[in-house]
Design a protein around this ligand. Structure first.
Ligand code: AMP
Ligand code: MG
Length: 281
């Protein structure tokens, strides 16, 4: 097992996957199937422990009601964004957690700046927000398909960093995760979807077209990861082919963030001694 100063008590070194400011990201050099020597059983046990602790932290965050947490998920099709969200939120109180999926922008959204629709879903104080795709699509799919001018796209990286800075200054802790898979793995998942009638609803023939642009997507991801990983909104490239490991890592990242944030129950604005149990009628 890997030892590191950054290792949390879960036994997984999640910080290993962080993109440090100044790193030039090469996705080919980053593992898609790392498990840090753990097997499924060990990783599942860690995941379950993490879930319990996250539950407690979520309640504190909600009670404190001063700060928020935002998990941004980006990935190629079939990498497991949906199942990651299901697994991470398994124990959350739905009242304090909001998941937003960003689809192709509507005409109304396109009539505004690219961050307009995103800002509206930034998590409010006390809440956890999860973005299933995000403002990064505006430098990923948009770049790959030339949906905006190169000049406009070029400016967006700085605008994204400023936007995330704004959220961070307002008390939002931001964690950005790219679920990293290989092209070969995606092919296997697409085939599986076609073999299973209950998964046909998830198959989209357009995904095969997108797949042809794999290398362009990887290049676009590398630019975004290189230019937009900051101290206040770091990117993590999480190996996602072993889903049980991925779940342990993503919950571990949230846990690390919560440990640093250390949300506290607020002190009462009354003296509990004034209300002995027998005084309640
Ligand atoms: P899915 O997440 O599979 O339901 O697909 C959502 C689709 O919306 C994906 O093909 C994304 O690339 C696309 N999408 C999301 N945001 C944008 C955007 N800002 N511009 C263009 N396409 C987008
Ligand atoms: Mg899709």
């Amino acid at each position: 097992m890997i030892q590191s100063d950054d290792m949390n008590d879960s036994g997984i070194d999640c910080e290993k996957y962080r993109v440090r400011p100044g790193d030039r990201v090469s996705l080919a050099d980053r593992s898609t199937d790392d498990t840090q020597g753990l097997d499924r059983k060990a990783a599942r046990a860690i995941y379950k422990r993490n879930l319990k602790q996250l539950d407690e932290f979520q309640e504190r965050l909600y009670a404190e009601s001063k700060r928020s947490l935002l998990l941004v998920l980006q990935a190629m099709d079939t990498a497991g964004k949906d199942s990651t969200i299901r697994k991470v939120t398994a124990n959350f109180n739905p009242q304090g957690c909001l998941v937003t999926s960003f689809k192709k922008p509507t005409p109304r959204e396109l009539d505004h700046d690219f961050l307009w629709r995103v800002h509206a879903h930034a998590p409010q104080r006390g809440h956890i927000g999860i973005f299933n795709r995000s403002h990064y699509e505006d430098v990923l799919v948009v770049r790959v398909h030339g949906l905006a001018s190169p000049k406009a796209i070029e400016r967006r990286y700085d605008r994204i960093n400023e936007f995330e800075r704004l959220l961070a200054d307002a008390g939002t802790r931001i964690i950005k995760v790219m679920l990293h898979i290989s092209s070969k793995y995606q092919l296997g998942r697409l085939r599986k979807r076609l073999e299973n009638p209950e998964k046909h609803w998830k198959f989209n023939p357009a995904d095969l077209e997108e797949r042809k642009c794999w290398d362009d997507y990887m290049a676009a991801y590398e630019i975004a990861l290189t230019r937009c990983s900051t101290d206040y909104a770091p990117w993590y490239v999480v190996p996602a082919e072993k889903r049980w490991f991925r779940d342990a890592v993503v919950t571990g990242l949230l846990l690390n963030a919560f440990n640093e944030m250390d949300p506290r129950f607020p002190p009462p604005d009354f003296d509990p001694a004034d209300y002995p149990p027998e005084s309640l009628k």
